[in-house]
Design a protein around this ligand. Structure first.
Ligand code: ZN
Length: 244
């Protein structure tokens, strides 16, 4: 067997709580819904943290900015319900302008210390392109950056944001970090049996998915990988960091 081949089985033995930190409402569902569903099935408590309010994702001139923000929360909660994901947090940063500021790092650090996840999933901090004709949204990169910069060095170090100690949030060390969309793939999770459920969750984002039938068709074509036996299977893949 190829020593470099990605693992196919996640190590969730010691994972009780997982936190998914992404830029926009719908990002967790498009990227790692299958993995979230599988974690929930294993009894893991999953939280989605959505960093921006998604207020630029609009094609309908009749919807105001504030209406859109509220609609996108409703849609994200509906998608989480389809997946069985227990908690959704909205951090409310303006869409399109996500930056790893000291204030946001403190807020993210506070939530990590409060939730105490063993596993965090976020997006790649250094992915600028995706194939031909796709520039990755800067918020996706910056979501990865703010997550990394909160985990290290702040989350586990009481000298960072000492006021969090006064609030009762003690330093916390996570065990695993999954990065989505990275060039390096260490883990490839087969989500075939929950792929339909993933689509169902994505379709909850009605303001974003204008033609649900076509989306299903497109996702099935694009994401499906034909196996040696001719069957088509679906995967979500991650770079994995483990902390001792
Ligand atoms: Zn996005």
């Amino acid at each position: 067997m190829d020593a470099q081949a990605p693992a196919t089985q996640p190590d969730w033995e010691e994972v009780e709580r997982a936190l998914v930190i992404m830029a926009h409402p719908d990002d967790p569902d498009f990227s790692c819904a299958g993995t979230a569903i599988k974690m929930v099935q294993k009894g893991i408590d999953v939280t989605f943290m959505i960093l921006t309010n998604g207020d630029k994702g609009n094609h309908n001139p009749e919807i105001t900015r504030n209406q859109l923000i509220e609609l996108r929360k409703i849609e994200q909660r509906a998608a989480a319900a389809v997946e069985g994901v227990q908690h959704v947090l909205f951090m409310g940063v303006e869409d399109g302008f996500l930056q790893s500021t000291p204030d946001l790092r403190k807020r993210v650090t506070r939530e990590i210390r409060r939730i105490q996840p063993q596993l965090i999933i976020t997006s790649s901090p250094d992915r600028y392109f995706g194939g031909n004709g796709y520039i990755n949204h800067p918020d996706h990169r910056n979501a990865g950056i703010v997550t990394l910069e909160s985990i290290f060095p702040a989350t586990d170090n009481m000298m960072f944001f000492p006021e969090l100690l006064d609030e009762g949030y003690l330093p916390h060390k996570i065990k695993q970090l999954y990065i989505m969309g990275d060039a390096q793939v260490d883990l490839k999770i087969d989500i075939t049996e929950v792929f339909e459920q993933k689509i169902e969750a994505i379709i909850c984002h009605k303001t974003q998915v204008r033609e649900p039938e076509k989306l299903q068709e497109r996702m099935t074509q694009r994401a499906g990988q034909e196996q040696e036996d001719g069957s088509v299977r679906f995967f979500e893949q991650f770079r994995v960091l483990k902390f001792g």
